[in-house]
Write a protein that binds this ligand. Structure first.
Ligand SMILES: *Cc1c(COP(=O)(O)O)cnc(C)c1O
Length: 241
């Protein structure tokens, strides 16, 4: 057992580590924005806390983080409940099964991984029951690999219309993960074209969620408005349980 003093010291050490990592990531975002001729205020840092404890979420909130992300409902739901007293926006970034829509609609403010019409309906119905509203980003598959999730560019317009019509969903924009083995700059350039086309039909859908610890600069260069950063802030994840 930790003595109270050593527990306090451990917390202080973790806080210092998170503060330093956050400063590094914020500096990278600012530098990338400068290089791209953009304002850092136009890029939101979403800190992906998956596999790390709710106590880290609490420290991050103390350090000024407002946007946190998770990719599994089993982990996100209890973590959101444990930090309910904090003023946080929860971003659900992982693949989402329709039968989890009810749970996710209870805490998520933004779902980045909407990729099929059935899921749009399920989320909207669940949000309605809980008197909530959700911003939905359409996850685009940039390599057309069905195993990784995401809607194909071909099916995007139809999905966008369905989300725009769903009573409790707001169509926010698009999200993508750079496919393995493809240069991120190329993948994100393609996402930018897709986002531009989406805005022709849905002008308010101006969010672009792209960029992770290893490729945030390329994403910002290509117009990302939301970067999803885990490892660079929290450190290497404990092995997946
Ligand atoms: C884990 C995860 C991230 C963060 O990845 P890092 O490489 O740790 O920054 C971003 N997006 C999604 C969808 C994730 O699952």
């Amino acid at each position: 057992m930790d003595t109270p003093d050593s527990a306090t010291a451990t917390t202080a050490r973790r806080r210092a580590e998170l503060a330093a990592n956050l400063a590094d990531v914020r500096a990278r975002i600012t530098a990338a924005c400068t290089a791209a001729g953009r304002s850092p205020e136009d890029v939101t840092l979403v800190v992906v806390t998956k596999t790390h404890p709710a106590s880290d979420v609490r420290l991050l909130a103390e350090l000024g983080v407002r946007d946190v992300g998770e990719n599994r409902d089993q982990e996100a739901a209890p973590k959101a409940a444990a930090t309910e007293d904090l003023d946080l926006r929860w971003h659900y970034v992982g693949q989402l099964q329709t039968n989890k829509a009810k749970s996710v609609a209870g805490y998520a403010d933004v779902v980045h991984s909407l990729d099929r019409i059935r899921l749009a309906h399920a989320l909207s119905v669940a949000a309605e029951r809980q008197q909530r509203s959700i911003t939905a980003l359409l996850q685009v598959s940039l390599d057309e690999d069905p195993a990784r999730g995401g809607v194909s560019a071909t099916d995007l317009a139809e999905l966008a219309d369905a989300v725009a019509e769903a009573p409790r969903l707001t169509l926010g924009g698009v999200m993508a993960v750079a496919p393995l083995g493809v240069e991120p700059a190329r993948a994100f350039a393609r996402l930018r074209e897709i986002a531009t086309r989406l805005r022709e039909a849905h002008p308010a859908a101006n969010m672009v969620s792209a960029g992770m610890s290893n490729d945030l600069e390329a994403a910002i260069e290509a117009g990302a408005t939301h970067v999803r950063i885990g490892t660079a802030v929290l450190g290497v994840r404990p092995s997946l349980r």
